[in-house]
Design a protein around this ligand. Structure first.
Ligand code: ADE
Length: 228
């Protein structure tokens, strides 16, 4: 998968994208991730990318020209799925991430300031995505969340296929609790069933735990009750 990210803070993104699963997948050539500095396409030699809002009001608005120039400098941009990170977008969830994971090329635009000139959405953007109902200082942290949720679903990024398969099998439910050695720690014991070696019973216990936890903590995730 090819990923291009456009930001005024390229350093903010570089280290997280060099670590762990994503870093390894980049080394293996499974992910081709490039971070672009919007200021390389500034409207003047001072690196300006923003201006006062027409109609007045507080804050600055990002001008359209640098965004168009930055996107159009990316090879294959016309065929790419072009996403703006914004609190006004549709909400990112596992379903959205798995759909995005099927794309071969994503371009992510990280906004800052009070917003981006609307003509960027009109002329360049195919999809607007929010990571939740809160306002971040900019789209960079949101882009990292989207990249991590999406790329771990790309073939070859996660070594243990089983963890991905288990997630999709139990789709929509919270995970069951897990334990490792020691069998007893500060008086807290690992549930007997996990030490029993009974695979069918262990599976049943895990499934019950998932149902129970989801009902207790996130009842909104459970399918609605069927009418009588
Ligand atoms: N930019 C600022 N807040 C955001 C959010 N919640 N999701 C995506 N992009 C954002």
């Amino acid at each position: 998968m090819r990923l291009d990210v456009i930001t005024i803070f390229p350093h903010y993104l570089e280290q997280p994208l060099a670590e762990s699963l994503i870093g390894k997948a980049r080394e293996k050539g499974i992910l081709d991730i490039r971070v672009h500095d919007l200021r390389a396409h500034a409207v003047d030699t001072y690196g300006s990318v923003d201006d006062e809002p027409y109609g007045g009001g507080a804050g600055m608005v990002m001008r359209p020209e640098p965004w168009f120039a930055a996107v159009e400098s990316i090879d294959g941009w016309k065929q790419a799925h072009r996403i703006l990170l914004t609190p006004a977008g549709r909400r990112l969830d596992q379903q959205v991430a798995s759909t995005l994971a099927t794309q071969s090329h994503l371009i992510l635009l990280c906004g800052r300031y009070e917003g981006i000139d609307e003509r960027v959405s009109e002329g360049l953007i195919l999809d607007e995505i929010s990571i939740g109902d809160y306002v971040l200082a900019g789209g960079e942290a949101a882009a990292l969340v989207l990249i991590e949720a999406t790329t771990r679903l790309v073939d070859g990024v996660v070594k243990e296929r089983e963890s991905i398969e288990r997630e999709s099998f139990s789709a929509g439910l919270l995970d069951y609790p897990v334990y490792t050695r020691p069998a007893e720690f500060r008086g807290m014991k690992v549930p007997d069933v996990l030490l029993s070696g009974h695979h069918a019973e262990i599976e049943r216990w895990r499934s019950e735990q998932q149902q129970q936890r989801t009902a207790d903590r996130r009842p909104d995730l459970l399918p609605p009750d069927l009418p009588d």
